[in-house]
Design a binder for this molecule. Structure first.
Ligand code: SF4
Ligand code: SF4
Length: 423
């Protein structure tokens, strides 16, 4: 793609990156074919190629005069509608880094306009509510009390309450012992939404790892910073990232092998720390170190050897007849290019996986997208649930808390995190 940026822009750090990314694009449009939002609206500006042009035009400072009659507000509207699912990156034959481009585009376009007051308030409320597990827990408790009064669309999103006593009775829970004899130690984070909405996932992770002789310790960090970053609250995101880096860097050098994350949205984001902090002289090297030491739980799926009697039985005798529809989160299949590892483990554990049509498409959760772009998100959810339910599975299984809660709001079939099936 030809660009005509000013030399001043190209000499800036973001300008050089934008120019290098854009020059790889041959505007073939293959990416539009796998873009969920383009598929829904058929509007070129709701597809990756159109969004790439919007960003290019913005930086060429020609938006006011262009033939589409676009404005910076229009550009931001179409960028806001992008799920950042990165299906387009997976499809692109030229290796265009759309994710990095859209992050830079959002940063600059967002800074050039004033969002409407109500939109600003909504975004601030979402950020404050969901970046702390304590606040998520309080909100969930209040919402459950007033559930009959909530609009159906909101009430359906409320996760069922999981009692800690039920978790403990199943052999999991906070009292789970740490194996002092473990030869391997890994670090994880407490998390924000997952810890409050589905605490059994963290307990199951710790249990399965302990059974596999891997000690998993929690660092005292809540949010990875993704929430603030994706709401373009960059100062807050960078402050959270710096705090996490300072904390984890010190602990990692104390004999921990990796930072292990069981929610693919968070593992993808921590792997992006290196890119996000590359211009911060004080943190660039440490951010790279943290990103290189972060792994998603699925990356060690083949090393997990659950020792619970019923799990052993399932593994060796292939005895369960349960059928599963697996939803691979975009952050796993597109964001980290991790494919097949969880499916292989579940088959090994005795589950039957059914085929899911259009498995490359986003479910519409996409972080805070379901709260900010409700209509588009609901349509994507409806399509996703229809495909997941098509072969009447006993369970739907995924690897990211956002997808799990979003899909559960649209189906009566139980939706679980894959690690829960190995306990
Ligand atoms: S597929 Fe790649 S090269 Fe083709 S238009 Fe999309 S981003 Fe550009
Ligand atoms: S990230 Fe997803 S929604 Fe956004 S342009 Fe790419 S394919 Fe479309």
């Amino acid at each position: 793609m030809q660009t005509s940026f000013t030399s001043e822009f190209i000499q800036s750090a973001d300008g050089e990156r934008v120019n290098n990314i854009l020059r790889k694009c041959v505007h073939c449009g293959f990416c539009n074919a796998t873009c969920p939002t383009y598929e829904l609206t058929g509007n070129e500006l709701d597809g990756p190629r159109g969004r790439i042009y919007l960003i290019k035009n913005f930086f060429e400072e020609s938006l006011e005069e262009n033939s589409e009659g676009s404005s910076n507000e229009t550009s931001l509207k179409h960028l806001d509608r992008c799920l950042t699912c990165l299906a387009c990156e997976t499809t692109c034959p030229s290796g265009v880094k759309y994710g990095e481009l859209v992050d830079i585009g959002r940063k600059h376009i967002n800074a050039s306009i004033q969002r409407p007051v109500l939109s600003k308030i909504k975004r601030k409320l979402i950020l404050n509510a969901f970046s702390s597990s304590m606040r998520v827990g309080i909100l969930l408790a209040i919402a459950r009390i007033f559930k009959p009064l909530l609009p159906a669309s909101l009430a359906s999103k409320l996760p069922a309450k999981i009692k800690l006593s039920a978790i403990s009775a199943s052999g999991l829970g906070p009292s789970l012992g740490i194996l002092s004899s473990s030869s391997r130690k890994m670090l994880t984070i407490k998390g924000c939404v997952q810890k409050a909405a589905a605490p059994q996932i963290n307990f199951a992770t710790k249990k399965v790892l302990a059974d596999s002789d891997i000690q998993l310790d929690e660092a005292n960090s809540a949010c990875c910073g993704a929430l603030a970053f994706h709401l373009t609250e960059l100062d807050q995101a960078h402050a959270t990232i710096r705090k996490n880096i300072d904390h984890w860097y010190q602990i990692l050098n104390d004999g921990y092998e990796k930072i292990l994350i069981n929610s693919s949205g968070c593992s993808t984001f921590i792997k992006q720390y290196a890119t996000i902090m590359q211009d911060d002289n004080a943190y660039a090297d440490k951010a790279k170190f943290i990103s290189e030491h972060c792994i998603d739980l699925s990356e060690i799926a083949s090393e997990l050897t659950p020792k619970a009697p019923h799990s052993r039985e399932k593994t060796t005798k292939n005895s369960t007849n349960k059928t599963i529809a697996f939803h691979s989160p975009c952050t796993l299949q597109h964001g980290q290019n991790i494919n097949g590892k969880i499916e292989e483990k579940l088959i090994q554990a005795g589950y039957n996986l059914v085929e899911v049509q259009d498995s490359h498409l986003c479910c519409g959760s996409a972080g805070t997208y379901s709260l900010l772009e409700g209509d588009m998100s609901s349509q994507l959810l409806e399509n996703k649930v229809a495909n997941l339910e098509n072969n009447q599975p006993d369970m739907i299984v995924t690897a990211n808390i956002g997808c799990l809660m979003h899909i559960q709001s649209g189906t009566k079939i139980p939706v679980k995190h894959w690690i829960e099936l190995l306990v």
